[in-house]
Design a protein. Structure first.
Length: 576
């Protein structure tokens, strides 16, 4: 059996998709809000019988591979690897679809993580430091925290001994070529606590190293990340996301922190709907990851000036992408959330619940300690608030804050709108290429939609099938083909994947359109009448084009014939 078929045979599409979306039963099928476009009414349907999914809002659909590829933004080999792992199927290394440069780099990173973990076990001082920071053994083991000892090339020699080539180790960002000689290399990470970085499929793709005994290394950066590699881009990765995305989806909220230690403190405290940026400002790519599982964000960055600036940028970017954003403010004297967890045990839930809505947070910043009777100060405060309103993607929210600023600062709304137009935004709405393509997709014609509706009705009321022959002249070639399959009633014998998927689509459409159990025969009569009407419209249009052609060629005999037939068609149309 081909590997793809074996995976499909072992995995149930409902179980796979329910790991990403909250599915609700809808007759023999399931429905959910589509993750690929904005909607308030569920139009995403899953068929356990056909093992396919389809969204009747944006038109996307397919099998489990298509869903995982689209949802996780993967190419086929990556989706194959992910689903094979879920199915408990070992992919052979010689499979040409997965044997590539990246798979070698994943192996190198995995081996490097094992090396760092083994080194940590030998370093009592480092373990004591981690425990002093509040980390428990289980947390250290679960997140595979390790240590890079202070020697020149220990990791490099270990990886070479494990069978990896120097060029691949360099490409993975774990070693640097020395200027001392052609074959001289040294480790990138030395005397650092190591935090493996996982991609959204839970593969180690890079590392962050925090300097240990930093007083001994005054010229070294406190944190060092792996460089950009074919498998690692820090602007697209959120620390912990691969292991916390399920909890984020279930709680419908993500707590966003800075760095690994803040993340581990929050996660260990029992709030496992947390993610962290790692050595980079929050990016649009990272927000895309989060948007797959939630649109509710609690920002818990450091309380210093750099943290405040990072918080503002994160708010503006997230609001521009229509997230609901709250900001967590720590007590005076507490630098970050990791320190808060140590200083105030069992208080994290309380402070998260007290997080301030981002608009109120900005409003407080603009007004606190300011003399608003001073025109210059008042102008600065208003301009600051307007610069934040500029990033709001939601028109209702924008209108609310314009009205509030106008009332509280005693300025006409029209003046504020005028000033708002002058402010330039450096942010763009978070819209993927896929979403843009969906918006530009050409809609199906009314005739095609009616044909689909009629064929779908046959899955709700079998007696309708015998009446399909009356509409044979109204169906296009594709619908005629589907009609013959329906009349033959041999769905299980279909060997054409495309036809099988189209039959599955009609089955899903039946559940989507007729979930409230209407009078199916009445629905059929209405749709059949409209289909005949659309067919006549199409015939009238075609005949009018023929008349114009006859006029151009001055073919009077053909013109008179076309005009006569045109008149008959108009009479038929008038009788509807």
């Amino acid at each position: 059996m081909p590997i793809i078929d074996e995976i499909k045979d072992r995995l149930d599409i409902v179980e796979v998709i329910s790991g990403y979306l909250k599915l609700a039963k809808a007759g023999a099928n399931y429905r959910a809000l589509c993750p690929f476009h904005k909607e308030k009414t569920p139009s995403f349907m899953v068929s356990p019988e056909r093992q396919i999914w389809h969204c009747f809002g944006c038109g996307e659909g397919g099998d489990i591979f298509k869903f995982v590829m689209k949802y996780e933004n993967l190419d086929f080999p990556e989706a194959l690897r992910l689903l094979a792992k879920q199915a408990g199927i070992e992919l052979k290394r010689e499979d040409p679809r997965i044997k590539n440069e990246m798979s070698k780099l994943y192996e190198i990173c995995e081996r490097a993580a094992e090396y760092f973990e083994e080194q940590l076990k030998k370093e009592t001082g480092v373990i004591n430091y981690l425990k002093k920071r509040g980390l428990k053994d289980k947390t250290i083991d679960f997140w595979q925290i390790g240590f890079a000892p202070d020697n020149r090339d220990g990791l490099f020699r270990y990886l070479v001994k494990s069978g990896f080539k120097a060029d691949d180790i360099l490409k993975g960002g774990l070693a640097i070529k020395s200027s001392l000689g052609q074959q001289s290399f040294f480790d990138r990470f030395r005397s650092r606590i190591i935090f493996p970085l996982f991609d959204s499929q839970d593969r180690i793709v890079g590392f962050t190293g925090r300097i240990f005994n930093e007083t001994n290394y005054p010229k070294e950066p406190k944190y060092l990340n792996s460089p950009e590699t074919p498998i690692f881009n820090k602007g697209r990765l959120l620390y912990g996301f691969s292991k916390t995305k399920k909890e984020i989806r279930e709680k419908n909220q993500a707590i966003l922190v800075e760095g690994q230690m803040d993340f581990l403190a929050v996660w260990q405290e029992g709030f496992q709907n947390v993610v962290a940026t790692s050595g980079t400002a929050l990016s649009g790519e990272q927000l895309k990851l989060l948007k797959r599982v939630t649109k509710n964000l609690v920002i818990a960055y450091d309380m210093d000036e750099a943290g405040r600036i990072a918080t503002e940028r994160a708010i503006d970017l997230a609001k521009n992408s229509e997230f609901s954003v709250s900001v967590l403010t720590l007590p005076a004297g507490v630098k970050d959330i990791a320190d808060f967890v140590l200083a105030y045990p069992n208080q994290l839930e309380k402070i998260i619940k007290s997080a301030e809505e981002s608009g109120e947070y900005y409003y407080r910043l603009a007004r606190t300690g300011l003399d608003l009777n001073d025109l210059g100060i008042k102008k600065k405060a208003v301009n600051f608030l307007l610069s934040k309103v500029k990033h709001l993607a939601n028109a209702v929210e924008r209108s609310h804050w314009i009205s509030k600023i106008a009332n509280d600062f005693q300025i006409k709304e029209s003046y504020l709108e005028e000033e708002l137009m002058k402010i330039k935004s450096d942010l763009r709405p978070l819209v993927s290429k896929e979403e843009t393509a969906a918006e530009l997709k050409i809609s199906k014609s009314r005739k095609e939609l009616l044909g689909e509706r009629i064929l779908a009705l046959t899955f709700k009321e079998e007696s309708i099938r015998q009446r399909l022959g009356d509409l044979k002249d109204c169906f296009g070639a594709e619908h005629l083909n589907l009609m013959e399959i329906i009349l033959a009633n041999k769905f299980s014998d279909l060997k054409d994947d495309l036809l099988s998927e189209k039959i599955g689509y009609l089955n899903l459409l039946a559940e989507y359109e007729f979930s409230e159990e209407p009078d199916f025969l009445e629905e059929f009569e209405k749709a059949a009448k409209e289909l005949r009407k659309e067919t006549l419209k199409e015939m009238i249009l075609q005949k009018s084009l023929l008349i114009k052609e006859s006029e151009k060629t001055n073919d009077m005999e053909k013109l008179n014939k076309d005009l006569s037939e045109f008149g008959e068609l108009l009479k038929k149309f008038a009788n509807f």
